[in-house]
Design a protein around this ligand. Structure first.
Ligand code: XMP
Length: 326
């Protein structure tokens, strides 16, 4: 639309004015639509003086880091650095089962790793990093002002506020007046792949809050493989766009099953799929075709993912259940 076109031109102009001819900007990217659109806009404005950092926290989805690196780095030409911190994160998560503690550990470790990477880049560039790019949207701004959003009060959300104080970086938030649908429209105008533009949201703490109970490398791998089959089938069967968010969670319980003539005793995968406009309330996805698809997904997961012999579908609405299990 013409208003979004003019938004792009104005925003690029505004960014160039703020950053100046030599200033540099760092920003975390995750592969999500918000950070990707923000990064693309920044790259259009200042090119290689924008430095994207992707922190591999060990709890991203299957092949996610490589995919994001390819998409943003190779395809979009953005200056991107992947920081492999998987072992650091998993080490700190050892023995931790409380969901809020998981979030705090991941949030704090994220800031620490990001800050170290940003400091390195700053050193390499002669101390010209002055700004931090964040893909904050209008609803995030409102939520943090009013603290009325259920997810803001019930669960601690990921943020990188600490960076502003420690590194004295100034914040640039080009999306702070936009709603999600406007960010997607903006992404389209900027030429982002549909795959990126229509991405389901993925929480900062990632698979760590989808492996219920203790997070280990092995448990993350099981959840990852199941989730990958789930999302692959959802896309193949044309349900991805009508679903707002879908994921597989690994439950910390074992169930009895039978495979050939042998009794099995293995773990349970819970599938979640919701439709929602604002993520404050949500309905589960239902319908005969969807259920047929779920049945196929269930048998694929049980056949292909070692350690799983049962799949259940979460039929709880939000509220009272939240979208995530933790
Ligand atoms: P809930 O589970 O509160 O989730 O119904 C609402 C939306 O927020 C996402 N979510 C998070 N996102 N850090 C994030 O960046 C978090 O700690 C977090 N917890 C929940 C969730 O995936 C859903 O889209």
């Amino acid at each position: 639309s013409w208003s979004m076109d003019s938004f792009v031109d104005k925003e690029i102009e505004r960014i160039r004015n703020i950053v100046g001819p030599t200033g540099r900007v760092v920003g975390a990217v995750s592969g999500g639509v918000d950070s990707s659109v923000a990064a693309k806009l920044m790259h259009e404005a200042i090119g290689d003086r924008f430095h994207a950092i992707l922190v591999d926290n060990g709890v991203m989805r299957l092949n996610e880091c490589e995919n994001v690196k390819k998409m943003l780095g190779e395809k979009m030409g953005i200056n991107i650095k992947v920081s492999d911190a998987a072992d650091l994160f998993l080490g700190r998560l050892k023995g931790v089962t409380d969901p809020e503690r998981k979030r705090k550990i991941i949030g704090n470790t994220f800031i620490e790793v990001f800050e170290a990477e940003a400091a390195l880049i700053d050193k390499e560039c002669g101390g010209n990093i002055e700004y931090l790019l964040q893909g904050t949207l209008y609803p995030d701004v409102i939520e943090s002002i009013s603290f009325k959003g259920p997810s803001a009060t019930i669960k601690t959300h990921h943020n990188v506020g600490g960076l502003l104080e420690d590194m004295k970086l100034k914040l640039i938030e080009p999306l702070r007046e936009l709603f999600k649908d406007e960010v997607r429209a903006l992404g389209k105008i900027l030429g982002l792949d549909d795959e990126l533009v229509w991405r389901h949201p993925f929480p900062g703490p990632g698979i760590a809050i989808r492996v219920l109970g203790e997070v280990t490398k092995e448990q993350v791998e099981i959840a990852r493989l199941a989730d990958n089959i789930y999302i692959e089938e959802i896309k193949k069967n044309g349900f991805y766009r009508q679903i707002s968010q879908a994921y597989a969670a690994l439950l910390p319980v074992k169930a009895v099953g039978v495979m050939g003539d042998k009794r099995t005793y293995e773990q349970v995968i819970a599938l979640r799929a919701v439709e929602t406009k604002d993520f404050m309330t949500a309905d589960i996805c239902s319908g005969a075709e969807w259920f047929m698809c779920l049945k196929r997904i269930s048998s694929r997961i049980i056949n292909e993912v070692k350690g799983v012999n049962r799949v259940v579908y979460d039929i709880s609405s939000k509220p009272p259940a939240t979208i995530e299990w933790e």
